[in-house]
Write a protein that binds this ligand. Structure first.
Ligand code: CAA
Length: 280
């Protein structure tokens, strides 16, 4: 099984890493050569961390790294059995990719999207073979987080869903299937909680640090909602809230005004060095 990953950001590099660790040949494609170089370094660092912790042998890390190649050339994805995209969260960009993949890949190749908020059914509609489009929603940090949410578009065939579920297990992850809906399952539950934590900051109810500590010690979460927002990216959280708000047309999903301001200010969390905390 040959896997292609489009987009060499945090999610794309994590997906490439877990696929290679499971023994799959992986080609990572991105338009930007520096992004590919960064991804190779990130994967190397993460594998080194796993070796240091004794989670994997050094030889296993070397094998995984050898299974990953990178390219800026889109057409080299033509021999892939499964292509997972992890590019920018824009419907038109993702639909455009699916149309381009349709033109170069075999008719039985599977196209998966790591989208956290875009309708899989709309994405599938971009393909001439919509039954082959499915969601594979990984969680950050990908090497650590066990779940992959499998999202079935209205058009996804049973055979494709079964193949992708089995493949996710082969990657050492735990698949769980959801029908296509706004925010799927995890983000529909998690993003409103983060949004409400941001409202608590906005109302001046408690400090960022205290709100995070309360949820860690009072709800046993591994990290507080504001630290999690910084990890996910505030722009991504806002995107999910807007999808829920507009999709369900329900005011209970209204994005926090402070969340909107933080995004407008470019305070997106870890990736920009500043969110609810500062990162250097
Ligand atoms: N690569 C490899 N290993 C990593 C890693 C990486 N990038 N990041 C962390 N680890 C490993 C560490 O080595 C450590 O391993 P051991 O348990 O063997 O010691 C383990 O993960 C825990 O890491 P740390 O000790 O550094 O720190 P921690 O205990 O505070 O855990 C955390 C960090 C895993 C991020 C934890 O805080 C956590 O689970 N947080 C919640 C994360 C979460 O909810 N993610 C989902 C975000 S939502 C999303 O991604 C989808 C979306 O659509 C928005």
């Amino acid at each position: 099984m040959k896997i292609g990953v489009i987009g060499a950001g945090t999610m794309g590099s994590g997906i490439a890493q877990v696929a290679a660790l499971a023994g799959f040949n992986v080609l990572v494609q991105d338009l930007s050569e520096p992004a590919l170089e960064r991804a190779t370094r990130t994967i190397g660092d993460s594998l080194a961390r796993m070796v240091k912790k004794g989670a994997i042998e050094a030889s296993k890390a070397d094998e995984a790294q050898a299974l990953i190649s990178t390219t800026t050339v889109f057409d080299l994805l033509d021999d892939r059995d499964l292509v997972i995209e992890a590019i920018v969260e824009k419907l038109e960009a993702k639909a455009g990719l699916i149309r381009r993949l349709d033109a170069i890949c075999r008719a039985d190749a599977i196209f998966a999207s790591n989208t956290s908020s875009i309708s899989l059914t709309e994405l599938a509609a971009a393909s001439a073979h919509p039954g082959r489009v499915i969601g594979m929603h990984f969680f950050n940090p990908v090497p650590v987080m066990q779940l992959v949410e499998i999202i079935r578009a209205l058009q996804t065939t049973d055979a494709v869903a079964a193949k992708v579920t089995a493949l996710t297990e082969a990657m050492g992850k735990t698949p769980r299937v959801s029908k296509d809906s706004y925010g799927f399952i995890v983000n529909r539950l998690m993003a409103p909680q983060i949004n409400e934590a941001i409202n608590c900051v906005h109302e001046g109810l408690a400090t960022v640090a205290d709100i995070d500590t309360m949820m860690k010690l009072g709800a046993n979460h591994p990290m507080g909602p504001l630290a999690l927002a910084d990890l996910i990216g505030l722009d991504v959280v806002l995107n999910i809230m807007e999808t829920l708000y507009q999709g369900f047309d329900d005011p209970k999903y209204r994005p926090s005004p402070l969340l909107k301001q933080m995004v407008a200010a470019g305070y997106l969390g870890r990736k920009t060095g500043k969110g609810f905390s500062e990162y250097r």
